[in-house]
Ligand binder design. Structure first.
Ligand code: HEM
Length: 577
C-alpha cells in the first residue's frame, strides 16, 4: 500500500480532512499515513468503506474515538463496542420509533417559531445575525426536549447548565484535534485549569441528568401506562421516558452515558448541517429562491407537519446535497480488532483507520463535478439518496450496523428549520465579515466555520407567522451574540462559584495552545498554525520558556508512545513466529 510520510506542517492547524484530501489526490483511494510513530490507513474508496462498515463490520472497533470520548460518553452508543454496544443499540433504537419522530416534528416547529421570533427581532434592529451560534442554540433546545424533556431555553438565555454543556462539548472537540493526549498526563500542571473546568462542568451536567432521571422515574410511576410497541407518554414523550418505562434494567451511569451520547450526537451534527446548508443557500440565491417557492406552496406560514415532509422534496434534496459537500463528521474512525483483508491488502490487528467521508463525497471517480453544489444531482422523483442507493459513495449518516440512529429525526429537524427560515427571510452573507464570500473551515467532531456565519436578513414580503409581529419575541435588548446569564431555573444545580470561569478557560486555552504547538514541533514542524483553543483558526502565539517546556513534555509523550508501538509490534512479530 502507498505510504504518505505525513508532513506535520500540512496536518497541523488545519482541519484534518483537508490535508487528507490532498494526500488522497497524490496517493490514491487507500494509503498509509505515517505521522511520527503513528500510522493510519486512510480510506477514500467506496467498496472498502462498504467492507469496513457492512460486510466486515464486526472486525472493527471505534478505537481512537472511544479513547477520545470516553471521558464524556463513557459506554454510550457512539464509543461503545462489543457486547455493551449490542445491548445498548437494541435498547435505544426502539425509542426513536415512527410515532415519536412524527410527534417531534411538531416540537421542531414550535422551536422554529421561537427561533424565527429571535431572528425577526435582530432583523428589525438591523443587526447582522451569527447563524452558527443561532443554530447551535436552536439544536440544543430541540435535543434537550427530545432526549430528556428538558428546556434549555438557550435561545433566550445562558445559564450554568448550558455553560457546562458547552464546556464539555468544547473539551471533546479540543481532544479530537490535539496531537498529544495531554489529558492523560496529570503532572502537566499547566493544563490543570482546563481539566478542572471540564471536570467541574461534567459534575454540573451529571447532576442535571441525575435530577432528570429521578424526575422521569416519578412521571413514569405516576402515569402507570402500559408499555406497548411505539410507547409514548403523553406527559413526557422523551427518549428518557421511553427507556425508563421499558423497564430497561440499567445503572444510572449507563443511562447518563446514553443520554449524554444522544445529546452530543444530536446537537453538533444537526447544527453544523443547518449552518452549512444556510451558507450554501446564501451563496446560491437561485437555489434559495427555489426552496422558498416550494415552502410557500407546501406550507406557507404554518409550522410544517409530518405530511409536509414528503412534499418538501426540493428542500430535502438541498439538505442531501449539503451533507454531501459538508459531511458531519467528515471522517469516521475505526480500529481493526483482528487481521483483515481489504482491497487485497492484509492489514494487522490494531491498525487505525480514517474513512474519509469528505474524500468519498468529493471523489471525482464517484461524482460528476464533485465540488459543485447541485441539489438536482439527486432528482426529486427518485429515491432519497443514502448509502445503499449510492453504493457507499454517500455516507452522511454512516452505514451498516453502526449507522446513525437519529437519521430520520435529524433530517426532519433540518427540513422544518430550514423551511421556516427560508419562508420568512431572505438572506445574504455580510460582506464585511466574509469579504471573499467564504467562511473558512475548522473542525472538532464536525466542521465549524472559522469565525461564524454572519448573515444580513430581510423579511420576505407578506411571509411569516404570528411570531413575526413581535408578540412572541423575547425581551428586547441583547442580540443573539450578547445573551446574558439570567435566572437559573429552580431545581437545576448551579455551577460552583469560581469554577470553569472565563479566566480559567482562557488560561487553559493558552496552555492547550502550547500543547498543540509542542506536539507539532516535536513531530518535526518548523512552524504551525494551530487553531487557538482547537476550534477557531488563529496564528499560534506560544513562545519562550513555556513553549520549550511544552515541547519537552510532548517529546517525552511521543517517545513513550513510540516505545509502546514498538513493544506491540514485537509482541505481534513473536506471535506470528
Ligand atoms: C444531521 C444530523 C446527524 C448527522 C449528520 C449524523 C451522523 C452520524 C454518523 C455519520 C454516524 C456514524 C458514525 C460512525 O459510523 O462512526 C452517526 C452515529 C450515531 N448517531 Fe447520528 N447524526 C445526526 C444526528 C443524530 C441525532 C439527532 C441523533 C440522536 C437523537 C444521533 C445519534 C447517533 C448515535 C447514537 C450514533 C451511534 C450509533 C451506533 O454506533 O450504534 N445522530 N451519526
Amino acid at each position: 500500500m502507498p505510504v504518505a510520510m505525513g508532513d506535520i506542517r500540512e496536518i497541523a492547524g488545519q482541519p484534518v480532512f483537508v490535508p487528507l484530501f490532498t494526500l488522497f489526490q497524490a496517493y490514491g483511494e487507500m494509503f498509509v499515513l505515517a505521522i511520527g510513530p503513528k500510522k493510519f490507513v486512510v480510506v477514500s474508496d467506496n467498496d472498502v468503506a462498504k467492507e469496513m462498515l457492512l460486510t466486515q463490520a464486526s472486525s472493527f472497533s471505534k478505537g481512537l474515538l472511544s479513547e477520545i470520548l470516553e471521558f464524556v460518553m463513557g459506554t454510550g452508543l457512539i464509543p461503545a463496542d462489543g457486547e455493551t454496544w449490542k445491548i445498548r443499540r437494541r435498547t435505544v433504537v426502539p425509542s426513536l420509533h415512527k410515532k415519536y419522530v412524527a410527534s417531534m416534528v411538531d416540537m421542531f416547529g414550535q422551536c422554529g417559531v421561537h427561533g424565527s421570533a429571535q431572528l425577526a427581532r435582530s432583523e428589525k434592529a438591523g443587526t447582522v445575525v451569527e447563524m452558527e451560534n443561532f443554530y447551535s442554540r436552536l439544536a440544543l433546545d430541540i435535543i434537550g426536549k427530545a432526549v430528556f424533556n428538558y428546556d434549555f431555553d438557550s435561545l433566550k438565555k445562558d445559564d450554568p447548565v448550558i455553560k457546562a454543556v458547552y464546556t464539555v462539548l468544547r473539551e471533546a472537540e479540543y481532544r479530537s484535534v490535539t496531537f498529544i493526549p495531554y489529558w492523560k498526563v496529570p503532572p502537566l500542571q499547566w493544563l490543570v485549569p482546563r481539566q478542572k473546568a471540564c471536570t467541574e462542568a461534567l459534575v454540573v451536567v451529571n447532576d442535571t441528568l441525575n435530577m432528570l432521571i429521578e424526575r422521569t422515574k416519578k412521571i413514569v410511576e405516576d402515569e402507570d401506562e402500559e408499555f406497548v410497541e411505539e410507547y409514548m407518554s403523553k406527559a413526557d414523550p422523551s427518549i428518557l421516558n421511553f427507556l425508563i418505562a421499558s423497564g430497561d434494567d440499567v445503572t444510572s451511569k449507563q443511562l447518563r452515558d446514553d443520554l449524554m451520547t444522544l445529546l452530543i450526537a444530536g446537537h453538533e451534527t444537526t447544527a453544523a448541517v443547518l449552518t452549512w446548508t444556510t451558507y450554501l443557500l446564501a451563496t446560491h440565491p437561485e437555489i434559495k429562491a427555489r426552496v422558498a417557492a416550494e415552502v410557500d406552496e407546501v406550507c406557507g406560514d404554518r409550522k410544517p407537519t409530518i405530511e409536509d415532509m414528503m412534499n418538501l422534496k426540493f428542500t430535502t434534496r438541498v439538505i442531501n446535497e449539503s451533507m454531501r459537500l459538508y459531511p458531519q463528521p467528515p471522517v469516521l474512525i475505526r480500529r481493526a480488532l483482528e487481521e483483515v483483508t481489504l482491497d487485497g491488502y492484509k492489514i494487522a490487528p490494531g491498525t487505525d483507520f480514517f474513512i474519509s467521508v469528505w474524500n468519498l463525497h468529493r471523489n471525482p471517480r464517484l461524482w460528476e463535478d464533485p465540488d459543485t453544489f447541485n441539489p438536482d444531482r439527486f432528482p426529486i422523483d427518485e429515491k432519497m439518496p443514502n448509502e445503499v442507493t449510492e453504493n457507499y459513495a454517500y455516507l452522511p449518516f454512516g452505514g451498516g450496523q453502526r449507522k446513525c440512529v437519529g437519521d430520520q429525526f435529524a433530517l426532519f429537524e433540518s427540513i422544518v428549520t430550514l423551511a421556516m427560515v427560508c419562508r420568512r427571510f431572505d438572506f445574504e452573507l455580510d460582506p464585511t465579515k466574509h469579504p471573499n464570500g467564504e467562511c473558512g473551515m475548522t473542525t472538532g467532531a464536525t466542521i465549524h466555520t472559522v469565525n461564524g456565519l454572519h448573515l444580513k436578513l430581510t423579511r420576505r414580503e407578506g411571509a411569516g407567522g404570528a411570531e413575526m409581529t413581535g408578540a412572541d419575541t423575547y425581551a428586547v435588548g441583547a442580540s443573539l451574540d450578547e445573551l446574558d446569564s439570567v435566572d437559573v431555573q429552580a431545581g437545576v444545580p448551579t455551577a460552583g462559584e469560581g469554577s470553569f470561569d472565563e479566566a480559567d478557560a482562557e488560561a487553559a486555552k493558552d496552555l492547550k495552545e502550547a500543547a498543540v504547538v509542542a506536539g507539532a514541533k516535536a513531530a518535526g514542524a518548523a512552524a504551525v498554525k494551530s487553531g487557538r483553543g482547537g476550534s477557531k483558526g488563529e496564528d499560534a502565539e506560544v513562545t519562550g520558556e513555556r513553549f520549550e517546556e511544552a515541547v519537552k513534555a510532548a517529546e517525552e509523550i511521543i517517545a513513550k508512545e513510540a516505545e509502546a508501538v514498538k513493544a506491540q509490534e514485537t509482541v505481534r512479530a513473536n506471535n506470528a513466529e
